[in-house]
Design a protein around this ligand. Sequence first.
Ligand SMILES: *Cc1c(COP(=O)(O)O)cnc(C)c1O
Length: 370
Amino acid sequence: MRFVELGRQHHEIEANVNKAIQAVLQHGQFILGPEVTTLEDRLCDFIGVKYAVTVANGTDAITISLMALGIGHGAAVFVPAFTFFATAEAVSIAGATPIFVDVDESTFNIDVRSLEKAIENVSALGFLTPKAVIAVDLFGRPADYAALIPVINKFRLHLIEDAAQSFGAKSDGQLACNFGDIAATSFFPSKPLGCYGDGGAIFTNDANLARECRSIRVHGSGENKYRNLRIGMNSRLDTIQAAVLLVKLAILPDELSARDRLARYYSKCLGEEFHVPVLPKNLQSAWAQYTVRPKNRPREECLTQLQRVAIPYGIFYETPLHLQPAFSHLGYSSGDLPNSENLSRQVFSLPMHPYIKHDERERIVAALLD
Ligand SMILES: *Cc1c(COP(=O)(O)O)cnc(C)c1O
């Protein structure tokens, strides 16, 4: 058994992927070829957003979003401490300073009260200017935008949605990648919508921001490719990856349903002994991960049980970002963000993908309840 079975997915779509890649090899427009434009159009239709700008990876998607908003040196950007490193790394790459915020213990997403406190602290200190919040839709579950948006408005901040794990998720009828001023996603192979290499995309309804992002991904160029208006990056999605994504986007709705079925099965079987993800009616997760916390025993015991019968698992994330060595210069210490620290010690994730077999999911549950 593997944690994610990309091979089984490829088996389903092999003929179409081969055809799509062959078409690119024939026309030879490997950079910003026609498939890139087609994919951007399809992404807009799928998400229900005006502009989609594909880029080289999800980390660049966040960095470019920050650059397009004019966020850099001297700016404070509020980021949950319990997320993948890249969320905060992008802030530093853009030249701004990440300020870590605690998360809610049951949703794993940014906690609004902790956010308000952090904004007030930064304002009182006066060294940095609060500019933006990056809300992460962790493990595929949209952040609590209804609670976040009034705070964002009160302090006049920008909202960036890190939707790297939530492509296809929904909140109040709206798809993820649709919240805030601008949203970023990743097409890393194991994400809900993945390509065969690195890839990412930015989404916005703001024509100016979309134009900025398009310029930044090609060295800050203007209408003329060799006239550069600003310092940008080299961050384009390869045409071959766009061709693969067009094939995969077509099967995504069925895959999301399969992930949802697996999550329901896990929750039904494991709910007594584990804190399992509980979603209110208005939320649909993209189930990038299915993550639990044992109720009455240490994580290590559960992991040993899984190891004994060779069932793979993941730990996302073992180190909260405020305690990462790379951010030690920011001066955080243990105890600063207790929920993030507790979750890092308690959570683990089970195999979650659309191609699981019935006997596999039964074996996983049996191993945990043994
Ligand atoms: C994967 C991920 C990213 C970065 O995406 P890459 O394509 O790997 O650069 C950013 N944020 C979160 C929450 C992620 O899970």
